[in-house]
Design a protein around this ligand. Structure first.
Ligand code: MOS
Length: 744
């Protein structure tokens, strides 16, 4: 395939969100906004115990309540064929069996859906759900990582084996060493939009589902597998998705429950999770305990790095993330070893949450690097630059591109690092102590597979289609920008259609890969369309471009032009007109090549924080944030800037507020609502300077753009914790850093 240079053209560079008007005016339809004729409403009843068996469910009162159409529980639930034959409706991350809704009397976690009431109105369904009475045989449960550390075990599979490079635990023999333990509590995704599913069957073997999902194709596949349906008979729509952060990466049991309910009563059913159900039914970032040991020579050369982590999973699935992986690749250190274990607890399965693994690991590693810098009396930036990994130390391969040193420099300048008095507890602003802190991070910059269909219409406008969902980053906007640049057409004449499983297969939106994966397919389909147009115009008798060769043609500003004689040109619309065509279609499948065997492809970011800590109350006020990303070529500075800002906001939450509190006596969440589970609001978020190196990666894809969503918060919480230490001299190693931890 001919490659056309992507220059990140002017037209796409700061394109406003193509769907921005729909979003801010309320015209955008989210999953729960789809009101189908004859719609009914399902409400889930949850287990109040964390482990045991259902002894009895009394549904009679609920069934007799006004408007109730059905009450479904394990005793009467229709068979789910994919469950019975071992199908896998909600693919588990690594091992085990996904929770099978309404299939037996087992209780695996508190908040588990045990029954479902379907009624003609939402209010009647809520009321009837309160009438379902359940008796349990309760068993002793365990929900605490801290109380069960002795039960931690290596996850199955070679990739979780203990890692050793050089000598294990070498830090213990170093001239200068630190050792510290760090804790991050459970965090929940809780995007603004609640998870919601509306399902409507058409006969016995065809269903349409409106779902909040980060992957219309993966949800379609899950429903196909569970109900044994053909691909063309499962239609999944997600026109708009109001945030996800990872909670929309799996097809959760409530989705299967909604499809089951609609089948049972043969009417459309809508099921919207409550805010409290969002804490137990769609995953969470697992609790983690981490220990880091660092050793260095007196002048700051790392000689040993040990990273241990213990995290949690459910008893029915093995969830893992890459908590310790960042310590293997972040710094050039000859002796590195990591150990990662998980504990199976009576809780629902955790799942990936923004920066999964790396955000957790970077918090510990980047705090530890800060601790080491003080032990060495060395500037934390200098320490990092001194131990910069010039090649990938795990695979011993060159980086495809790496501008991490430039990130340090650019960020330090923007935050005013040189104004920092390096001594802790030394800077003040009235009653407030002043601190500066920084932390860095990386994330694998992957590229998957996608198919995009391009249709050039008679009027010269372009329609692009792919079955991807946009959980918020602005995918249609970014893709429009890429198409505008590559195809040579004003963005206003381009439409990108997504959120529909019947479109050509697109990727699941996760792991910071959408722009790389889908953008490459957009690039390739635009090039292929150029070729097709060239074939038509150069073989058209009488055309000014007749007999010209493809390489002699230039495609820009809606014209095909002869490079050697720009007076010879044909408008895109004219190409179709000459041939009497109403449209011209090309579909292109695109995926990565073998560049990953030759290079290590990562994105990098450095975060800087300036904050105040109030002396008497311990209140932390973040004054300024500078985040600098090496994410390759920036396609759209507005949407990319928003990605960084969103990551920073979630990082502020992680550092200062977010804490999923469990009462382990009952195995229940204490603060499963947004009044008690604190998130940053506008008043907590200062001016954020989102900066980019903006240099294309030569290898990852035709655009040169690397992933951005995850690195936006990998290392950010450490920057805050380090700034708090600099301000106060207090090293808080358990997140979140709430005022109570600073006044004692
Ligand atoms: Mo993200 S955790 O890849 O949705």
């Amino acid at each position: 395939m001919a490659k056309e240079k992507f220059s990140g053209g002017q037209q796409g560079a700061a394109l406003d969100r193509v769907d921005g008007r729909q979003k801010v005016t309320g015209a955008a339809k989210y999953s729960a906004d789809n009101i189908l004729p004859g719609l009914t409403y399902a409400v889930l009843v949850e287990s109040t115990i964390a482990k045991g068996q259902i002894k009895n469910i009394d549904t009679k009162k609920a069934e007799r309540a006004p408007g109730v159409l059905a009450v479904i529980y394990h005793g009467n639930a229709p068979a789910i064929p994919g469950y019975e034959s071992g199908g896998n409706p909600a693919k588990p991350p690594t091992g085990g069996e996904p929770f099978r809704v309404f299939q037996n009397a087992h209780i695996y976690f508190a908040g588990q859906p045990i029954a479902m009431v379907i009624a003609d109105t939402y209010e009647r369904a809520i009321y009837a759900a309160t009438l379902v009475k359940t008796e349990y045989n309760r068993e002793d449960h365990q929900t605490s990582v801290e109380a069960n550390k002795d039960k931690a075990a290596l996850p199955k599979g070679p990739r979780y084996a203990n890692y050793v490079r050089g000598e294990a635990d070498a830090y213990k023999n170093a001239a200068i060493k630190i050792e510290a333990q760090y804790i991050i509590p459970v965090e929940v995704h809780n995007p603004m939009e609640l998870h919601a599913t509306t399902a409507a069957w058409d006969g016995a073997d065809k269903v349409t589902v409106y779902d909040k999902t980060q992957g219309v194709k993966s949800t379609q596949r899950s429903i196909m597998d569970a109900f044994k349906l053909k691909e063309q008979n499962v239609q999944v729509n997600a026109d708009f998705v109001g945030g996800g952060f990872g909670s929309g990466l799996r097809t959760w049991p409530h989705v299967i429950a909604a499809v089951l309910a609609a089948k049972k009563i043969n009417k459309p059913v809508k099921l919207v999770l409550t805010r409290s159900q969002m804490f137990t039914m769609v995953g969470y970032r697992p609790y983690s305990w981490q220990k880091i040991g660092l050793g260095a020579t007196p002048d700051g050369v790392l000689t040993g790095l040990t990273h241990e982590a213990i995290s949690e999973t459910s008893t029915y699935e093995e969830f893992t993330d890459r908590t310790v992986d960042i310590s293997k690749v972040m710094y050039a250190c000859p002796n590195v070893n990591t150990r990662y274990k998980i504990i199976a607890l009576n809780k629902s399965t955790p799942t990936w949450m923004r920066g999964p693994g790396e955000a957790t690991g970077a918090y510990a590693l980047e705090c530890a690097m800060d601790e080491l810098s003080y032990a060495l009396k060395l500037d934390p930036i200098h320490l990092r630059i001194k131990n910069h990994a010039d090649v990938d130390p795990v695979r011993n391969l060159p980086w495809s591109s790496k501008f991490l040193k430039e990130c340090y420099q650019k960020g330090a300048e923007a935050i005013g690092w040189n104004k920092r008095d390096p001594r802790p507890n030394a800077m003040r602003e009235g009653e407030w102590k002043l601190g500066y802190g920084m932390g860095a991070g990386n994330f694998n910059a992957n590229r998957g597979r996608a198919t995009v269909k391009a249709t050039l219409l008679a009027g010269g406008s372009l329609v692009l289609q792919s079955a991807v969902s946009d959980s918020g980053p602005g995918t249609a906007t970014t893709m429009t920008g890429i198409a505008s640049e590559v195809f040579g057409l004003s963005p206003h004449k381009i439409t990108f259609e997504l959120g529909d499983s019947s479109l050509p297969p697109g990727p699941t939106q996760g792991g910071s890969t959408t722009t790389s994966t889908l953008g490459s397919a957009v690039h390739d389909v635009c090039v292929a369309l150029h070729q097709k147009m060239a074939e038509l115009v150069t073989t058209k008798p009488g055309s000014v471009l007749q007999n010209a060769k493809l390489e002699e043609l230039h495609f820009a500003k809606e014209f095909i032009t002869l490079k050697t004689d720009p007076s010879k040109r044909v408008a895109y619309a004219e190409v179709l007109k000459q041939r009497d065509l109403s449209d011209l279609e090309v579909t292109k499948d695109s995926q990565a090549g073998d560049e990953r065997n030759k290079y290590s492809i990562y994105s990098f970011a450095v975060h800087f924080v300036q904050l105040q800590v109030h002396e008497a109350t311990g209140v932390v006020r973040i004054k300024k944030v500078v985040t600098v990303a090496d994410a390759g070529k920036i396609i759209n500075e507005k949407t990319a800037g928003s990605q960084l800002m969103g990551g920073v906001v979630s990082g502020i939450g992680m550092a200062l507020m977010e804490d999923g509190v469990f009462d382990h006596r009952f195995g229940l969440f204490v603060n499963n609502n947004l009044a008690d589970y604190h998130l940053p609001v506008s008043a907590d978020v200062p001016h954020i300077e989102a900066l980019f190196i903006d240099k294309p990666d030569p290898f990852i894809n035709p655009m040169g753009s690397k992933g951005l969503g995850e690195i936006a918060n990998v290392g950010f919480a450490a920057a805050v914790a380090n700034a708090v230490y600099h301000a106060t001299g207090k090293r808080i190693r358990t997140l979140p850093i709430t005022p109570d931890k600073l006044i004692i």
